[in-house]
Design a protein around this ligand. Structure first.
Ligand code: IMP
Ligand code: MG
Length: 191
């Protein structure tokens, strides 16, 4: 059994922790409770996550929603291996659930440019969902963000590149339990 506070060893490439494991847990738990309350009278809930970054958030979020629901996944890319959005959106994998007349909640890791979500919302609406709402763990505070109406937002963060809890840099760091900021030397390709 685990006692007391979790002792996290900081990954050597992480400069600092932005959001701790405990903060993530309590935020996701609260969001799940809010969704449970808001969707209590809505049959046919489908939580759709956008791979790969949102997979861990979605896995934790659905376990905090105390209602019957289905899960499905999309894979969309708008990013290369770098840290800036290309703006080019490409559906690599679509949902296979029939969402006509159902209530869709998109579980997204982060709203950065907002382009991925803007596209995903429109895409899912075209399938005839009764409603499409967004549950985003993070929203970056930045200029030129597409106007995305996110009903649930966990944390608003500064315009910095973050990794962990599903989010990657060049496909690494997704398995960190916390959200952190990388040391600048990592972007220089030294590690
Ligand atoms: P968008 O710019 O809002 O379209 O974000 C597209 C995707 O880029 C997100 O779903 C994330 O997977 C990824 N992304 C955006 N900002 C970050 C970041 O700070 N760290 C890691 N991935 C990010
Ligand atoms: Mg990514």
């Amino acid at each position: 059994m685990r006692k007391g506070k979790t002792v996290e060893t900081l990954h050597p490439n992480i400069e600092r922790v932005l959001i701790s494991e405990e903060q993530l847990r309590s935020c996701v738990s609260k969001m799940g409770k809010d969704i449970t309350r808001d969707y209590a009278d809505k049959p046919g809930i489908v939580v759709v996550s956008v791979l790969r970054g949102a997979a861990i958030f979605m896995a934790d979020l659905v376990r905090e929603i105390n209602l019957p629901l289905e899960m499905d996944y999309m894979a969309i890319s708008s990013y290369g291996a770098g840290t800036t959005s290309s703006g080019v959106i490409n559906v690599q994998k679509d949902i296979t659930t029939d969402i006509r007349g159902k209530h869709v909640i998109i579980a997204e890791d982060i709203i950065d440019s907002g382009l991925t979500l803007q596209y995903t919302i429109e895409h899912l609406k075209e399938f005839g969902a009764a409603s499409v709402e967004v549950a985003a763990l993070l929203r970056k505070e930045r200029e030129n963000q597409a106007a995305v109406d996110a009903r649930y937002v966990g944390f608003t963060i500064p315009d910095e590149f973050v990794v962990g809890y599903g989010l990657d840099y060049a496909e690494r760091y997704r398995n960190l339990r916390y959200l952190g900021v990388l040391k600048p030397r990592v972007y220089g390709g030294e590690d």
